[in-house]
Write a protein that binds this ligand. Sequence first.
Ligand SMILES: [Zn+2]
Length: 140
Amino acid sequence: MNKEQIIIGQKRIAVDKFKTSQLYSTYPKISENCSCSDCAYFEKEVIYQDFPLFHLLHALGVDLSRQPNIVPDGICCPGEINDRIIYYGYYKVVGSMEDNQETIECYNNELGPYTSLTIQRANDQELIFEFYIEAENKEE
Ligand SMILES: [Zn+2]
């Protein structure tokens, strides 16, 4: 085990960046899981926008362009708000919560505007980072 502790939502989690990046190397691209234009836009544009959440996930070993092959897909776009595109989704991270936490909630004050995040325990090895994001729409 090669875990590193970070503080998020004022709580401690321990993450294994190496195992997380290994996990993502086995996942398909988002656009391979789903051929819709919302998923394509997310993969080619949204993940490169300047969100603290994406910088954090990238630093934890997540490949933001990949998702486990789940049905229908890991990224969901329910529409737009104030000219920004809403996305829901999640990314898995290999790690665990410290201090017997079950859930960690992070809102705007920590991750900046347009983002919220809930971290949950998937199992003994993995955490699930569930996000809501309002991304810039550059296609208009
Ligand atoms: Zn899709």
